[in-house]
Design a protein around this ligand. Structure first.
Ligand code: ADP
Ligand code: AMP
Length: 208
């Protein structure tokens, strides 16, 4: 039997399907530079940036009933249940007024991936994968200075483990479908962006 929430989700999906959105999943370990490069892509290529982590942190701040559960999972570096994250992504996509999205930090595991495709019927155009060594990511996270509760060495190690065990298989899945665009993300920001730009810029056209 359908609940009111099911009905609301169905409505949201109808709206999303009408948008016929272009979706790029932006994946990579914690601290690989996803947020930094997404900001550049937004500026030059007209995408809306949706960070799953940012949406979850905003949900905690809003005082939602799921806030405590989400907060505890983030402190442990664990993956929040798909239905929570997918609902936040759907809402943000509909509210954006855009139809081009960079979805950053999602899907984080196979279940996230399958649930998103099943619920929204959206297939990503491609997956931008920021490949970076743990040593470099650790260095960046420890100097990020955004006051994040999960940027401490203990949680960082847990997040690396979750990335290797749960998120890399998602990248492998899309790789087997020829959809992964891998970037060497261990270089300076400007150099990484040169590689990113080459992927987004239409051939024979120059972007800023
Ligand atoms: P993510 O979104 O993948 O977790 P961020 O974009 O927040 O990563 O980057 C993590 C930290 O590393 C930030 O403090 C950011 O300024 C810094 N950073 C991002 N890209 C680079 C880079 N290519 N070289 C050095 N530092 C970087
Ligand atoms: P991030 O801001 O991408 O570094 O994510 C910080 C934390 O938010 C992660 O360690 C997870 O606990 C949680 N999180 C982020 N994205 C997701 C997601 N797609 N699914 C579930 N949990 C997530």
């Amino acid at each position: 039997m359908g609940t009111v929430v099911d009905a609301a989700n169905k409505e949201a999906n109808r709206g999303l399907a009408d948008l016929n959105p272009t979706v790029v999943f932006v994946l990579g370990g914690p601290g690989s530079g996803k947020g930094t490069q997404c900001a550049n892509i937004v500026q030059h290529f007209g995408f809306t940036h949706l960070s799953a982590g940012d949406l979850l942190r905003a949900e905690i701040k809003s005082g939602s009933e799921n806030g405590t559960m989400i907060s505890n999972m983030i402190k442990e570096g664990k993956i929040v249940p798909s239905e929570v994250t997918i609902k936040l992504l759907q809402q943000a996509m509909l509210e954006s007024g855009n139809n081009k999205f960079l979805i950053d930090g999602f899907p984080r595991n196979e279940e996230n991936r399958a649930a998103f495709e099943a619920v929204t019927k959206i297939e990503p155009s491609f997956v931008l994968f920021f490949d970076c060594s743990e040593e470099e990511m650790e260095r960046r996270l420890l100097s990020r200075n955004q006051g994040r509760e999960d940027d401490n060495i203990e949680t960082i190690r847990k997040r690396f483990k979750v990335f290797l065990e749960s998120s890399l298989p998602v990248i492998e899945y899309y790789n087997s479908k020829g959809k992964v665009r891998k970037i060497d993300a261990g270089r300076p920001v400007e150099e990484v962006y040169e590689s990113v730009k080459a992927i987004f810029a239409p051939k024979n056209e120059k972007a800023d």
